[in-house]
Structure formats: structure tokens, C-alpha cells
Write a protein that binds this ligand. Structure first.
Ligand SMILES: NC(=O)c1ccc[n+]([C@@H]2O[C@H](COP(=O)([O-])OP(=O)(O)OC[C@H]3O[C@@H](n4cnc5c(N)ncnc54)[C@H](OP(=O)(O)O)[C@@H]3O)[C@@H](O)[C@H]2O)c1
Length: 412
């Protein structure tokens, strides 16, 4: 069955930005998110549901022969909190694309969006305003409305029996809250199942952490990473739909010789780059960098691993990139590393030195897999104890929505 998501009333392709070079390579889902932030509604199709080659992790449901929700009376009831945002729209896209077997779906957002109509898998929904009563009879609540909303409503939903899968940083480092990348540490959530009929909180890691650990964990399992140095090149979409709209607007303004509008970020973003916009802590690291450091230790259950990060925003619409330098306890040469990554779930290797062809953010946009390339021995380290990599991943998809839906699949 070809599922479609339609947000009504429709707008034209040009309004989506289909003809706009600033949005070239950007999925319809994100154009919708941008449109929402500009106060419009719009429609998208299943066109953005593609996976990268054959390397995306298949839904465990496909192996069990479960059919899509429309005919699944036994599936869980699902709520999407922040359904109108960049991640929320992609969550619905992924639910449809993976035929997630939900019995009913509730779309929640702020008062600003309440009452908007959404056509999804041939069913018309009305966006509801999030409130304390929203989670009655909700089995799985997918949260993507920011940390303060998660802090206020996440525990409340869990108390009412919902299993909350949260995309914000609100609970990531809390003891007792699993921080899960299914390909990496699905065991951390093994005790949480829908059939237990008990509410719970599960956290989705930070998007840069997910992309990094998708690329590095297969090598870590083989040779044990002792130190990791990461530099990120992060897209506008990581800051939500409004940030994407601002980058597009600024690009036009600068090209037309006008002063760029700076509402979301405090400085010019188009044709520029700057240190990540999260606040800088006393130790000189910003919050995004410390998330990568702390979350890696928790996900790998390895408090000793040494991690340092430098996070930068670049004027890319969608998909983050990362330069990763690794030091190993055991030897690992670049050919073995390439082989290991070639077999890893959710990873695709693009590493053609002769053609100078390596991963790019445009190529991975709206794709499931994280692309890895520039796989080379670090010549500054003795023997085969160091490697350099370059990874690109769609942080709205694998860095948020896809990862959350994969977690939900493991609850069934
Ligand atoms: N963007 C990414 O790549 C990414 C990746 C990983 C994690 N995350 C996390 O996911 C969350 C959402 O990010 P996003 O990029 O999707 O942001 P976004 O595009 O700005 O969307 C925010 C969503 O939250 C809703 N919301 C805001 N205030 C609300 C309220 N008072 N009550 C109910 N809903 C409210 C918005 O609804 P209205 O439309 O009604 O305002 C919208 O649906 C954040 O915690 C972010 O850190 C994002």
C-alpha cells in the first residue's frame, strides 16, 4: 500500500520551495515544516520515505508480517507531541513508511496549530492542543516539542500509562531512563514492553551523538575506542522548522544585497558558519558538545572513554556532517574498518578515493542510513591504533524521527 500524508489545504509546489535552490535536495516533509512555521498548511507524499540503498535497518515488524495500521485493530494507540514541527512531520512520514501498526493516532501541538486539518493515510485528523488530559488511553507518546514541554508532560504521560519516547534532552542523562540507538544498545530498553501495561520514559539521544555512534560503534565493538575527537558541521534543520525558514530568507536577503533577518540565530547564518548556538559552559564547551561527550559514555556504558567535540552550525538546510578521529585500544587497519562498516546495519560506505567521492549532506537528506567515508589510518598515531572518518546523516530522520520509531517497534 502506498501511504500518503496530506496536510490540508494544499499549496503549490513553488510555495513548498520545490523551485527554490535554497531548498534543493530538501524533502517535502521539511518544506511542509517550513510552510507550517510560516503559517501555511501543505501536503507531502511518500516520496521522502526512501532508504539509502538497501542499508537502512529494516523494521522488525516486516519480518513478523504485520500490516499497516489502517487494518491493525491490535496495534497500540499513538500520540505525536509536536506534530507540526520538523521532527513531528518526519515522525508521521516514518510511521507511514515503515507501516507501523498503530490503532489510532492523536496529533498534538500548541494552541497556535490546534484545529488545523491533516490528512494522513487516507484519514483526516484535527491537530489538538496539548494538555494534561491528552494522554488518556495513549500507549506510545512520541514527544518532539522541546525540553520544557517534555519535562512538564512526559512524566505525566508515563504516570497515566504511556510509554514516552522523547526527542528532547530533558531525560537523557537521568538514571533509569534508557538512552537508546536501536543498532547500538537496544538491550538498554529490553525491560520496557507494551504488554507490561506500564508507563515509562525512553530517551532518543542527541542527533549528533546518534550519527557519530552509528558510524563508530561497529569499529568500537571490534577494537575498543579509547579516545574520540569529533568536529560537527550542523544543518539549520537541527534547530527546527523556523531556523530553516530563516536560512532560506537570509540567503535571499544577502543575494539581494539586503540586511539579513536574525530572529532564530543572533548572527548572519547564510554564507557564514558559527559555533553551535547552545550556551557555553564554564569549561568552554557548549551544551551540544557536552551532550556528545556525556551521552556517548552512557550509551556505550563506558565512563572511561575519552571524548571531545567541537560543534559548528553551517548553512546547510538538512543533514549533519561530522569529522571523527579515533584512537583504539586494539589495532584496526583501514581495510578492516571499511569491511566492518560495509556490513553494519544502518550504515553505508561512500569512500571512493580515485573519484574523490565521499559522503555529502545532500546525498543523505531524507535517507535512513548514515554515510561514512574518508576512512583512513591516522598518520599521527603509531601503528594501526588510529583512524579518521567523515560521516553524514539526516538528523531529522535517523537523528530523531526514525530512531524514535525504531524504538517504538521494539516495544511491540
Ligand atoms: N530538528 C532536529 O533535527 C532534531 C533532532 C533531534 C531532536 N530534536 C528535538 O526535537 C524537538 C522538536 O524539534 P523540532 O526541530 O521539530 O522543532 P520545531 O520544528 O520548532 O517544532 C516544535 C514543535 O513543538 C510544538 N510546540 C511548541 N510549543 C508547544 C506547546 N506549548 N505545546 C505543544 N506543542 C508545542 C510546535 O507546535 P506549533 O506548531 O503549534 O508551535 C511544533 O509542533 C526538540 O526538543 C529538539 O531538540 C530535533
Amino acid at each position: 500500500m502506498v501511504a500518503s500524508l496530506k496536510l490540508t489545504p494544499t499549496i503549490s509546489a513553488a510555495e513548498y520551495g520545490v523551485t527554490n535552490p535554497a531548498l534543493a535536495g530538501v524533502s517535502p516533509a521539511i518544506r511542509v515544516a517550513v510552510s507550517f512555521s510560516l503559517g501555511k498548511s501543505s501536503n507531502i507524499s511518500k516520496g521522502s520515505l526512501s532508504s539509502f540503498g538497501n542499508k537502512s535497518m529494516p523494521s522488525p515488524l516486516s519480518k513478523r508480517g504485520v500490516v499497516s495500521m489502517c487494518s491493525s485493530e491490535s496495534g497500540p494507540t499513538v500520540a505525536v507531541v509536536g506534530a507540526t514541527g520538523a521532527v513531528g512531520v518526519e515522525l508521521m512520514n516514518v510511521l507511514a513508511g515503515r507501516d507501523f501498526p498503530y490503532r489510532s493516532l492523536k496529533l498534538l501541538a500548541s494552541r497556535r496549530s490546534a484545529g488545523k486539518h491533516v490528512l494522513f493515510e487516507d484519514h483526516e485528523y484535527v491537530i489538538e492542543e496539548l494538555n494534561e488530559e491528552s494522554f488518556k488511553d495513549v500507549d506510545i507518546a512520541l514527544f518532539s516539542a522541546g525540553g520544557s514541554i517534555s519535562k512538564k508532560f512526559g512524566p505525566l504521560a508515563a504516570e497515566q500509562g504511556s510509554i514516552v519516547i522523547d526527542n528532547s534532552s530533558a531525560f537523557r542523562m537521568d538514571d533509569g531512563v534508557p538512552l537508546v540507538i536501536p543498532e547500538v544498545n537496544v538491550d538498554a530498553m529490553a525491560h520496557i514492553k507494551l504488554r507490561n501495561k506500564k508507563g515509562a520514559l525512553i530517551a532518543n539521544p542527541n542527533c549528533s551523538t546518534i550519527i557519530c555512534l552509528m558510524a563508530v560503534t561497529p569499529l568500537h565493538r571490534y577494537a575498543k575506542v579509547s579516545r574520540m575527537v569529533v568536529s560537527t558541521y550542523q544543518a539549520a534543520s537541527g534547530a527546527g522548522a523556523a531556523a530553516m525558514a530563516e536560512l532560506e530568507l537570509q540567503t535571499r536577503e544577502v543575494l539581494e544585497g539586503r540586511k539579513p533577518t536574525c530572529n532564530i540565530f543572533s548572527r548572519q547564518y547564510a554564507f557564514n558558519l558559527f559555533s553551535h548556538n547552545t550556551s557555553v559552559k564554564e569549561n568552554g564547551y557548549n551544551e551540544e558538545e557536552m551532550k556528545m561527550v556525556n551521552e556517548t559514555k552512557k550509551i556505550w556504558n563506558d565512563p572511561e572513554v575519552k571524548v571531545t567535540a567541537t560543534c559548528i552550525r553551517v548553512p546547510i538546510m538538512r543533514a549533519h556532517s561530522e569529522s571523527i578521529n579515533l584512537q583504539f585500544q586494539n589495532p584496526l587497519n583501514e581495510n578492516t574498518a571499511r569491511e566492518i562498516l560495509g556490513k553494519a546495519d544502518g550504515v553505508v560506505v561512500i569512500d571512493d578515493r580515485a573519484a574523490n567521492n565521499f559522503p555529502t549532506p545532500i546525498e543523505v537528506s531524507s535517507k535512513d542510513a548514515v554515510a561514512v567515508g574518508r576512512i583512513r589510518q591516522d598518520i599521527s598515531q603509531e601503528g594501526c591504533y588510529g583512524l579518521d572518518l567523515f560521516a553524514c546523516g539526516d538528523q531529522i530522520r535517523k537523528g530523531a524521527a526514525l530512531n524514535a520509531v525504531q524504538i517504538a517497534e521494539h516495544l511491540l
